[in-house]
Design a protein around this ligand. Structure first.
Ligand code: HEM
Length: 395
């Protein structure tokens, strides 16, 4: 077999590359294929039964675990980059690239579950008893992922009064508890948003301007109500006024916001909300365009995790109906309850849209703020190579 790692000799396969016996590193050795490809041990085989579909069941789960491993690798590096204060803005491109990589992997994870739908419920029942009490519930990488993203223990849906981590031995239990205590991606994003340039009271003071714009919007709706020609029109404007005032008060009044945080309806601090709104309003400015993309990627990630949960629960209903899971939960009903906003880590970013002002009410940037947003702070990350410069010149 030819080596795919670029060592080929003008496309010719050399003897060393072809076999595993040469002096160089072979494909199989590099990828440790002996271990990887001997890790599909069908329980049905051990019971003297040859059940065709168990092989697929194992492979699909193993591929998931490999992707979870890669996602954790990326999330850890993103968390590390974001944890430096102040954040080196030239690193935003790397953060975005790695987050979009996680999003690309998650898209595969969402689709991949359908492969298991080629197995019928009866085929599954042929080997299901052999694997009990093993369950996806025990996937510690999935739990690590949830914790590192920012899911808190008390947001979780519990069953039989059990803690999700209790299904693991002491070593993994410790790793999971530690991951609950570390700064999650959500916490790091929150702190990063709180430092958004333009929030300082001494400078552009975005929040004061935003508050004034909301007041102006409300005044205009009130005037529309006063000037309405028909009773029906007036009532519609009065309702719009009441709804708008009520909605904006939840963000303008920090106490109301904090009550929502305490109730678990919002996750980010009041200051972080201000930063997220500021970035969303002025996303066309050079310094905010990459942060804005980052916020969108975080929503993509959350949406895809939700789609994975939804696809998984559909698969489970198809395979088990209402039967309990091998991990001891009610199965379908338990899993259905996890397809909800309580598992949406970046919930606040989705709800940001409730407070986006119509364009004409967005506070204009001052000249000073505009120039502040036209350059990013920190070294330029991408330096063109001499070769790239030559190509640009010759074009
Ligand atoms: C025939 C296919 C599958 C069936 C019937 C199935 C069934 C279940 C059931 C019933 C549960 C609830 C816990 C329990 O009582 O066991 C569960 C949880 C879980 N499964 Fe699956 N599953 C399947 C495929 C997969 C695949 C391919 C993955 C990929 C890694 C996976 C990952 C998980 C995870 C992470 C949980 C925990 C979810 C949570 O608690 O939020 N499952 N599964």
């Amino acid at each position: 077999m030819s080596c795919p790692f670029g060592k080929s000799n003008n496309g010719q396969v050399t003897e060393d590359e072809e076999g595993d016996t040469g002096s160089g590193l072979s494909y199989g050795e590099y990828l440790q294929l002996d271990k990887l490809l001997s890790s599909q041990q069908c329980e049905s085989d051990k019971h003297g039964k040859e059940i065709h579909d168990e092989h697929l069941f194992i492979i699909v789960h193993q591929v998931y675990e490999l992707w979870f491993k890669q996602i954790l690798h990326e999330i850890d590096s993103i968390r590390q980059l974001l944890s430096s204060v102040p954040f080196d803005e030239s690193k935003q491109l790397i953060v975005n690239r790695r987050t979009s990589r996680v999003v690309a992997i998650m898209k595969i994870c969402v689709e991949q579950i359908h492969i298991l739908e080629t197995m019928t419920a009866l085929d599954f029942s042929d080997f299901r008893d052999y694997l009990a009490p093993a369950s996806g519930f025990q996937s510690y990488q999935f739990r690590l992922l949830e914790n590192k993203l920012g899911i808190k223990p008390d947001w979780r849906v519990s069953y039989a009064q059990k803690n999700y981590a209790d299904v693991h031995q002491a070593g993994i239990h410790k790793v999971l508890t530690k991951s609950e205590q570390e700064e999650s991606l959500l916490t790091l994003v929150e702190k990063w948003l709180e430092r958004t340039p333009g929030l300082e009271e001494s400078g552009f003071c975005f929040w004061k301007k935003f508050t004034r714009s909301v007041e102006s919007l409300l005044r205009d709706i009130k005037r529309n109500a006063e000037e309405a020609e028909t009773q029906k029109e007036r009532e519609a404007f009065e309702k719009e006024y009441k709804d708008t005032q009520e909605s904006y008060s939840t963000i303008l009044d920090e106490n109301i916001h904090n009550t929502k945080v305490a109730r678990g309806e919002r996750r980010l601090s009041h200051k972080a909300w201000q930063g997220a709104l500021l970035i969303s309003f002025y996303r066309e400015q050079l310094r905010f365009s990459q942060p804005f993309q980052f916020l969108n990627l975080l929503m993509d990630l959350d949406s895809l995790l939700m789609k994975w949960r939804a696809n998984h629960v559909q698969l489970v209903q198809r395979m088990l109906g209402n039967k309990p899971g091998t991990g001891g939960s009610s199965g379908y009903l338990y899993l259905r309850s996890t397809v909800s906003d309580r598992y949406k880590v970046f919930l606040d970013l989705f709800n940001l849209s409730s407070f986006l002002l119509p364009r004409e009410y967005i506070p204009p940037l001052t000249i000073r703020m505009k120039s502040r947003l036209s350059i990013s702070e920190g070294p330029i990350e991408t330096v063109l190579s001499l070769e790239q410069l030559r190509v640009q010149h010759s074009n």
